[in-house]
Design a protein around this ligand. Structure first.
Ligand SMILES: NC(=O)c1ccc[n+]([C@@H]2O[C@H](COP(=O)([O-])OP(=O)(O)OC[C@H]3O[C@@H](n4cnc5c(N)ncnc54)[C@H](O)[C@@H]3O)[C@@H](O)[C@H]2O)c1
Ligand SMILES: [Zn+2]
Length: 469
């Protein structure tokens, strides 16, 4: 009561593209009276009965929703059970003084006497704590909870507690990351740890051979969880193996690179590569938990940090926030909130999620032209953002200040790749979208537009500016 569930719930629902249901409002509509009146004239027992009925109905609906439950809802065992089985329960934290200040004017039947109000607060608290999987103070917190994402310094050590269920866990890490963090992860998983698996470092991990070896090594049953510890390559292969092993088991991910914390570990895309190209085989399989511990970035080499910075700048441009200026923990958190929101609104990449490709059409063309050897993804994205921003200035009237600022921060050197080869690779992207290059550009800081078609000559000129001969 007085925690702000209705406001927060409505905002979070909007952010993740779900309907919002406020159980108290449904009760009032159904009864045709306000809650104080229902309480007064029907009595608390009758009120609790309608409350339970509405809660069960809402929690049972097939359509995903954001639901604000009334303060007393958790008194019903049936509601608690449905909550466990069908929902992610988020406890909205509020200081009792603040809750009382907000509630006393509301006319709510249980908020008329301060002492009584505080007694109820303390009485209900343990039930709330037991039911909740996450704690929230802001809509951002609710968005993260809805995506199963936890951002917290030190969370690696809490891994065992953060993992839902009580089945076995198989830990997967690359050889280098295993050397630094496996012992901590194993300790945190405790008795749930069934096995530990090592994959090669870098893109080499994302192969059919590595996936096959993991399928053969795993000893999990259907209730088990694959836990990926590492960068985006480890997450991609381990997530794909989890999506397919026994027709799909749960997976959790502890991203350890900046790229993985702000991008790869969020959104449920998993993949391996084929000789013909990257990410050609994969599955959408949302991790049950993404446990982001910004402290592990301390051991990340500078070059890997730079790779992540390109994605941070991309996210900042899309979100309209100078995220790159923030300290690590906050930066990672803001990026995670943004990507979680976009991906929950478009989980299967059929619409809005395309904006995450800002700068990537050019980046992929450069990577393909370089045969993926001569240029890192981060460098390619930095160049791709440069081209996308220039075109945005020329064609969509984006303020030049933004483009200049990004040039200063990322300052990417042009690459020595063959322009014709890169152009051809861009054309292959073109085939995929029925004959035209469709770009993501920025109308303004924080205002992306996807599906933009521009004259070929302009696109080629932008690509040429990224390449030296
Ligand atoms: N699934 C998605 O949505 C998605 C999104 C973006 C990128 N990706 C994929 O992610 C991959 C790139 O991920 P990446 O950049 O994290 O690469 P990576 O997994 O290869 O990690 C980079 C290097 O950093 C090392 N490393 C990792 N964490 C470390 C730490 N804390 N301290 C020291 N060293 C550490 C690793 O051993 C590795 O050598 C690509 O394959 C890309 O396709 C996937
Ligand atoms: Zn990228």
């Amino acid at each position: 009561m007085g925690a702000g569930k209705s406001t927060l719930g409505a905002e979070a629902a909007e952010r993740i593209g779900r309907e919002f249901v406020d159980v108290d409002r449904v009760i009032e509509e159904r009864a045709g009276d306000s809650i104080p009146v229902i309480f007064e004239s029907w009595g608390e027992t009758a009120f609790r009965e309608i409350e339970e009925e509405v809660a069960i109905e809402t929690l049972s609906s097939a359509e995903p929703k954001v639901i604000a439950l009334g303060g007393g809802s958790l008194g019903a065992e049936s509601t608690r059970r449905l909550l466990r089985e069908r929902a992610t329960a988020v406890r909205v934290e509020v200081d009792p003084d603040e809750a009382w200040r907000r509630s006393r004017e509301s006319g709510r039947p249980l908020a008329r006497d301060e002492e009584e109000f505080r007694r109820l607060y303390e009485e209900r608290r343990p039930t709330y704590e037991e039911a909740a999987e996450a704690v929230a103070r802001t809509a951002d917190d609710v968005v993260l909870a809805a995506g199963g994402v936890q951002v917290q310094v030190g969370s690696l050590e809490l891994l065992g507690d953060l993992l839902p269920g009580d089945g076995g866990a198989a830990l997967v890490a690359d050889a280098h990351v295993a050397g630094i963090y496996s012992a901590d992860a194993q300790l945190a998983l405790g008795r749930r740890l069934v096995s530990t698996h090592t994959v090669p470092r870098g893109e080499e991990a994302k192969s059919a051979e590595v996936a096959e070896r993991l399928w053969e090594e795993l000893r999990l049953d259907r209730g088990g969880t694959v836990v990926a510890l590492g960068g985006g390559t480890t997450g991609d292969v381990a997530g794909f193996v989890a999506a397919t092993y026994l027709r799909g088991v749960a997976w959790a991910v502890v991203p350890t690179t900046l790229v993985a914390q702000v991008d790869a570990a969020i959104g449920g895309k998993t993949a391996i590569d084929l000789p013909d190209g990257k990410n050609l085989v994969g599955a959408f399989h949302w991790p049950v938990r993404t446990v982001i511990d910004p402290a592990v970035l301390a051991t990340l080499p500078d070059s890997e940090r730079r790779a992540g910075l390109s994605e941070v700048v991309k996210t900042g441009l899309l979100a309209g926030e100078r995220l790159w200026e923030l300290p690590d923990a906050e930066l990672v958190r803001r990026c995670a909130v943004f990507k979680t929101g976009v991906c929950l609104r478009d989980p299967h990449d059929r619409g809005e999620r395309a904006v995450l490709n800002l700068g990537h059409t050019f980046a992929h063309a450069l990577e393909a032209a370089a045969g993926y050897e001569e240029i890192t993804h981060g460098h390619a994205v930095a160049l791709g953002l440069q081209a996308a921003l220039r075109l945005s200035v020329e064609h969509l009237g984006l303020d030049t200040g933004v483009a200049e600022e990004v040039d200063r921060i990322l300052a990417p050197e042009p690459v020595a790749v063959d322009l014709d080869r890169a152009w051809e690779a861009l054309g292959r992207d073109k085939k995929a979208t029925a004959g035209r290059v469709k770009l993501v550009l920025l109308q303004a800081f924080g205002k992306p537009v996807s599906g933009v078609e521009l004259p070929e000559a302009d696109v080629r000129e932008a690509l040429a500016s990224l390449v030296h001969g």
